[in-house]
Write a protein that binds this ligand. Structure first.
Ligand code: ATP
Length: 287
């Protein structure tokens, strides 16, 4: 019986623009996505004893039934490809949960890719993305990874050149933010912020880290900051500690800062931990 190990990368948004709302409640977005070196570790193994889907995880606060996106991804592949063999999936969770870093979506993407490989299904990238978007709007990007423009509801992807090397300080305050609530509150705003996504693409193409840092922008930031002002405080603190720029990722509450020197990012990380008592603080590279 075979098994496969797979890393599921977290993402940040260098830019996130919400451009509209569809009748079905989905939002049109233009987002610059960037994978980072913070990942969950999954092992997918064929099961000898049963034909079902079993999930084991080191986190007690995650569901292990069909509410887990891992389960939904495995069930979808089993259904679509007529696989009768059971799977046992173990998840070591390193990505903060409900953080705006696509933790669940990237696990689902890893399961789609991992089962494709484990069962030699030969599903193309496009087919995997078609399946992925049924699980969540960010899943196609998580299948792709790297630096990318994501449009539509998240399913229209354009690969971009890799962003220039830097250190990224990630801090996830211990606040639970509901993505649904944030988008709902955004819809009610009279004045909406729209970051310069095209300018960001040019800065990435020019490998201009300072330009990228200056253009960081997120339409949803104002909504989440209003609810949780500590997000703005952390951003200001990061900037004061040498970040070239800082931003909230996704619907929050994770804040990230871009640094051109790892040493500066490391000392800023210590300062953020002690000032705000935040445990989930990481210094990573784009990947
Ligand atoms: P996004 O950036 O796509 O909005 P997020 O990082 O804000 O995602 P997730 O970490 O994906 O949010 O978690 C959101 C909810 O999804 C959690 O409340 C959690 O219970 C549920 N969930 C289901 N499966 C998973 C999974 N494999 N990992 C994390 N959360 C999961």
């Amino acid at each position: 019986m075979g098994s496969t190990d797979i890393k599921a990368m977290a993402k940040i948004n260098l830019a996130l623009d919400v451009t509209g709302r569809r009748d079905n409640g989905y939002h049109d977005v233009r987002m610059i996505m960037q994978s980072i070196g913070l990942y969950d570790e999954l092992t997918i193994a064929e099961s000898v004893n049963d034909d079902g889907i079993r999930i084991e995880t080191d986190r007690t606060d995650l569901p292990v039934n069909e509410d887990n996106l891992i389960y939904r991804a495995a069930a979808l592949i089993k259904d679509e490809c007529g696989i009768n063999t059971g799977v046992r999936i173990s998840l070591k969770k390193n990505i903060p949960i409900a953080a705006g870093m696509a933790g669940g979506s990237t696990d689902a993407a890893a399961v789609l890719k991992g089962m494709n490989e484990l069962f030699s299904l030969g599903l193309t990238f496009d087919r995997l993305c078609e399946l992925g978007v049924r699980i969540g709007a960010d899943v196609p990007y998580c299948i792709m990874g790297g630096t990318a423009l994501s449009e539509g509801i998240g399913e229209i992807l354009t690969a971009l050149p890799p962003m220039p090397g830097c250190s990224i300080l990630i801090a996830k305050p211990a606040i639970g933010v509901s993505t649904g609530y944030v988008y709902g509150a955004f819809d009610k705003l009279k004045e909406k912020q729209h970051p310069d996504v095209d300018g960001m693409i040019r800065a990435i193409e020019d490998k201009d880290l300072k330009g990228i840092a200056g253009l960081l922008g997120n339409s949803l930031e104002g909504v989440t900051v209003k609810e949780y002002p500590v997000i703005r405080e952390i951003k200001n603190k990061m900037n004061g500690l040498g970040a070239l720029g800082s931003l909230m990722s996704g619907s929050g509450p994770t804040v990230f800062g871009l640094f051109d020197k790892k040493d500066t990012a490391d000392s800023a990380a210590e300062e953020i931990k002690s000032t705000y008592g935040i445990k989930e603080v990481f210094v990573v590279k784009p990947c």
